[in-house]
Design a protein around this ligand. Structure first.
Ligand SMILES: *Cc1c(COP(=O)(O)O)cnc(C)c1O
Length: 399
């Protein structure tokens, strides 16, 4: 008797951890227990008729790994299930995901309204590469809904947001932005890098497209660069996929395999990041050398209530101002022995950054001040080491 054990884990009644482990792939003829790496550039056909049917699209199937690859598709299907989207397209990097989304959904004369606290390379992509193509961009305060509303014009086709923001953990209200986008018939695109689908599901809140830098928490172990776009079958499955397939910033099967494994531990890791970040934030608040702590899990964070509603946890990024400006901040950085001094985030290893002289070092002092990035600000991406060790490493420079 053969028992049919085929289950589809795309159904939203499955939990995110279960989907991260089981969605998107089933064992093949060899009955292997984990998805193999299909290290092949192209695929062969039984005969001329099959080749013709595949190329014409009459018959589904693999042709060439710039278009589809089974390992990459397993990652795409798994992440789509976790975000609750119909389609996912994997990309070479997070930036390639943003580029592909903009170039496939926008044309010359269209307008983007976005938050002024975006990831640095995203601002650079918009200002240096999209603006010269005739795509206008307006930057607004992510927490100010009136600013989002008045930023929109009759050519606005995309509202693009990253929430919570980096490094100050300001939140944008996704449900409210979805309502604004619906009024003007624009796409709402959410870069969900900081929360991952474990902590926030933008599509369920009304967003049209979710973007990931898989390089950060999705991998979470600093091993590879990757990205993804998730949304409905037409917007992402046709339009964004069409761009990737033609222009070529696709994901390699090896990176897809690494990321597929990483999704299996994503929920476990995100819960641990959140728990340690909360403990660190609460400890920092008690330190006399610390002036202010930015973490949505603190009751006095200006958007603590929104974070409680919109997110399933407060995330792994904690920022704080130390008294004494740059000298005091650098002293904290230099006194660490374990924390990695790097601008990267979302890793199992805790990282520490001084934004004013690194990630935000190239913008003017006035612009930095306007953005709230003081000289004493430090950002910690809380990793998975024991929290006591993370606290002890920071305590040294704060005494
Ligand atoms: C890192 C990052 C990106 C870009 O991702 P890459 O994989 O480095 O290309 C985009 N958005 C956010 C919020 C990021 O942190």
């Amino acid at each position: 008797m053969t028992e049919d054990r085929t289950v589809t884990y795309e159904d939203p009644h499955w939990g995110t951890a279960t989907q991260g482990i089981r969605a998107g792939w089933q064992p093949g003829e060899e009955r292997e227990h984990t998805c193999p790496i299909y290290a092949t550039s192209s695929f062969v056909f039984k005969n001329a008729a099959e080749a013709a049917a595949r190329f014409s699209g009459e018959e589904q199937g693999n042709l060439y790994s710039r278009f589809t690859n089974p390992t990459v598709q397993a990652f795409e299907r798994r992440l789509a299930a976790m975000e609750g989207g119909e389609a996912c397209v994997a990309t070479a990097s997070g930036m390639a995901a943003i580029l592909a989304t903009c170039l496939s959904l926008l044309k010359c004369g269209d307008h983007i309204v976005t938050s002024r606290t975006l990831f640095g390379s995203t601002i650079s992509l918009f200002d240096n590469y999209l603006k010269p193509l005739g795509i206008e961009v307006t930057y607004v305060d992510p927490t100010d809904l009136d600013a989002w509303r008045s930023g929109c014009t009759d050519t606005t086709r995309m509202i693009f947001v990253e929430t919570p923001s980096n490094p100050l953990t300001e939140l944008a209200d996704i449900t409210a932005l979805a309502a604004i986008a619906a009024e003007i018939d624009a796409f709402l695109v959410v870069d969900n890098c900081f929360c991952t689908p474990v902590l926030q599901k933008p599509l369920a809140l009304g967003a049209h497209v979710v973007i990931h830098s898989a390089t950060k928490y999705l991998d979470g172990q600093g091993r590879c660069i990757g990205g993804a776009v998730i949304g409905d079958a037409d917007t992402v499955g046709e339009k964004v996929f069409g761009f990737i397939r033609t222009a070529g910033p696709c994901m390699s099967p090896f990176n897809a395999w690494v990321l597929l494994k990483a999704l299996e531990t994503l929920e476990l890791r995100m819960k641990a990041h959140c728990s340690s970040a909360q403990k660190l934030a609460e400890w920092l608040v008690q330190q006399p050398a610390v002036e202010h702590v930015y973490y949505p899990g603190l009751p006095d964070h200006p958007q603590h209530a929104l974070a409680t509603d919109q997110q399933n946890g407060f995330g792994g990024i904690v920022s704080f101002d130390v008294k004494g400006g740059r000298a005091a901040a650098w002293k904290v950085v230099d006194a660490t022995q374990m924390l990695s001094i790097t601008a990267n985030l979302g890793d199992a290893r805790t990282t520490i950054t001084h934004p004013a002289t690194t990630t935000h070092g190239r913008i003017s002092a006035e612009a930095r001040q306007l953005a709230g990035i003081g000289d004493g600000l430090l950002r910690v991406s809380v990793g998975l080491e024991n929290i006591e060790d993370i606290i002890a490493d920071l305590a040294r420079g704060l005494e």
